[in-house]
Each structure stands twice: as structure tokens, then as C-alpha cells.
Design a binder for this molecule. Structure first.
Ligand SMILES: Cc1cc2nc3c(=O)[nH]c(=O)nc-3n(C[C@H](O)[C@H](O)[C@H](O)COP(=O)(O)OP(=O)(O)OC[C@H]3O[C@@H](n4cnc5c(N)ncnc54)[C@H](O)[C@@H]3O)c2cc1C
Length: 273
């Protein structure tokens, strides 16, 4: 068969680790499949083994605690997050970002972790997660480690993950809970579309301004923290010096740069003024 692969559906993290150890780079994890299956069907990628993680109870957990913050398991879909009242109340910015992903049926399958591991420069949850200082919990048979999301992205569709490792969850720390924030995404059409450029802004603990930008560099970008007194023009200057947009089928570089300035100004007026 043209797309032939052997399908595995482990029921535990131990079983998942065994499969990743056994097959290494010949296998790939399947979460919602909205990126992976599209690539396989298009002939862009080929794997001998596909390992579906949706049957692992631990990876389906979405929880919040005052000590640990929001924990988003690897099989948690965008819709589950959006429909969770605690996530909406405490991490509204992230839910707002997830709501802009494609369409309702797609969000019912697509996971937050898949959006991050796929590492598209235009991943819609990335700007919100970066503003909220999200951490990535990586596991393998040798143990686990936590890495800041901003250090997880390596390039276009590249993340710091060895073939025997997987992302177990994303943790959004309690320090970012109840942050005031908003997300602006520019598209070619009013319906669902990937962004030409997008900007998230958050006010953390009432005195730090964080700005993250997608579709404007090989990876989503987080700017250094700004104090609440920073003038908007200074934030725009830093943003325009940091991003490296390109001309492509969706937009020109100049239009992207222009809209980054426009969105930062609008978000600043909405959240800070
Ligand atoms: C029609 C359409 C519209 C779309 N619109 C948008 C949009 O508006 N905005 C946007 O950001 N994206 C969009 N996407 C892309 C996609 O839906 C998202 O990136 C989605 O969140 C991916 O999640 P998934 O669970 O489907 O990932 P999958 O396809 O299952 O996996 C994606 C990649 O991550 C790896 N992976 C997944 N989970 C793990 C894990 N736990 N550990 C290690 N590796 C893992 C997989 O092996 C694969 O390489 C769209 C896709 C389609 C088909």
C-alpha cells in the first residue's frame, strides 16, 4: 500500500516508551493527525510505524492546581481546552489563540501539544503559550525533563526532541494565571485560514508586558519582557528588530512588518491604556 504503515495504540506511557525505543526515527506519534496524516497523504513524509497516543489515560488529562498551574496532556484537544471553564477563566489568552485554529470539527481532533510539536512558524497556540511562559514536559524511558517553550523551538518544523522522546504535557505556570491578554490574527479570508501574521500580548502580574509574534520568523518569537510603563513605540521598535519575516505566497515581508506594528498598537490600546 502506498501509505502503508503499522499502527500501534499503546495503553500506557511505559508501552509508548518501549515502542519509541524499538522503532526510533522509523516511527512517528499520532495525536489528532491533522498535520501528520495530511503530510503522509501528500507523500511529504513516510513512516513505517505510527503510534497513536490517544488511548493513554495520563495523556488525556487537563487539570489546574494553584501550585502547578494548568497542565495540558498530549492528547488534549483544542476543543477540550476551549470548553474548560477553568482554562477560560485563568488562561483566557491561550483559549482565545486556540479558538482561531481552523474550524470546529478540526479543533475537535487537533491537540495543543501537536500544534506545538509540529512547530509551524504560524502555530496559533504558540504566541499565547509563549506570553504565558509555558513549559514543555518531555519523557522517555530514561526519565523526564522540563524545557521552556521558547527554547523548544529550533526552526521551521523543528523542535528539540530525540526520536525516543515524546512530549507528555505542556504546563502553563500559576504565575501566568489570570493574566490579561489578547490575540490578533491576520488572515487572507474571514473563514478559517493560517495566519499571515499574528500577535499575542499579555500583562503578567499587572506589571510585565509580554508580546509574542507568529508567522514572522522561522519560529514563533517571544520579545523580552517590558515594564508596564514602556511606550508602545518602543515595543514596536524591538518587535521589528527581532522578527525576520519573509515574502511568501500568503503575504509580503513589508505587509507583515506593517501589520505587526498595527497589531501591537491595537493590543496596547486594548490592554494597557
Ligand atoms: C484544514 C486545516 C486547517 C488548519 N488550520 C490551522 C490554523 O488555523 N492554525 C494552526 O495553528 N494550525 C492549523 N492547522 C494545523 C493543525 O491542525 C495543528 O497544528 C494541530 O494543532 C496539530 O495537532 P494534532 O494533534 O492534529 O497533531 P498531529 O498531526 O497528530 O501531530 C503533529 C506533529 O507532532 C508530533 N506529535 C504530536 N504529539 C506529539 C507528542 N506528544 N510528542 C511528540 N511528538 C508529537 C507528530 O508526530 C507530528 O509530527 C490546520 C490543519 C488543517 C488540516
Amino acid at each position: 500500500m502506498q501509505f502503508g504503515f503499522t499502527y500501534h495504540r499503546p495503553a500506557s506511557v511505559i508501552e509508548l516508551c518501549e515502542l519509541l525505543n524499538r522503532y526510533g526515527a522509523k516511527c512517528k506519534i499520532l495525536a489528532g493527525g491533522t498535520d501528520l496524516i495530511v503530510d503522509i497523504r501528500a507523500g511529504l513524509k513516510k513512516y513505517d510505524y505510527i503510534v497513536d497516543i490517544k488511548n493513554i489515560p495520563e495523556l488525556n488529562e487537563l487539570s489546574f492546581s494553584k501550585q502547578k498551574g494548568l497542565s495540558i496532556g498530549a492528547a488534549v484537544t483544542c476543543s477540550q481546552l476551549i470548553e474548560d471553564s477553568t482554562a477560560q477563566k485563568k488562561y483566557h489568552l491561550l483559549c482565545e489563540c486556540a479558538e482561531t485554529i481552523a474550524s470546529y470539527p478540526l479543533r475537535n481532533r487537533a491537540t495543543i501539544v501537536g500544534n506545538i510539536v509540529n512547530a509551524s512558524p504560524c502555530a496559533d497556540t504558540a504566541p499565547g503559550l509563549l506570553c504565558l511562559d509555558a513549559q514543555v514536559l518531555i519523557k522517555s524511558s530514561s526519565g523526564e525533563k522540563t524545557i521552556a517553550l521558547k527554547d523548544f523551538f529550533e526552526g521551521v518544523k523543528k523542535v528539540k526532541l530525540a526520536p525516543n522522546e515524546f512530549v507528555s504535557k505542556i504546563i502553563v505556570p500559576p504565575a501566568s494565571a489570570e493574566a490579561k491578554g489578547a490575540y490578533m490574527k491576520l488572515k487572507r479570508i474571514k473563514g478559517h485560514d493560517l495566519s499571515l501574521v499574528s500577535v499575542a500580548m499579555a500583562v503578567i502580574k499587572k506589571n510585565i508586558i509580554r508580546v509574542a509574534i507568529a508567522s514572522a520568523a522561522p519560529t514563533p518569537v517571544i520579545l523580552p519582557d517590558f515594564s508596564k510603563n514602556t511606550k508602545v513605540d518602543e515595543i514596536i521598535n524591538v518587535a521589528l528588530k527581532t522578527v525576520k519575516p519573509i515574502d511568501d505566497i500568503r503575504s509580503s515581508k513589508d505587509y507583515r512588518l506593517h501589520m505587526i506594528g498595527v497589531y501591537i498598537k491595537r493590543l496596547y490600546e486594548q490592554l494597557i491604556k
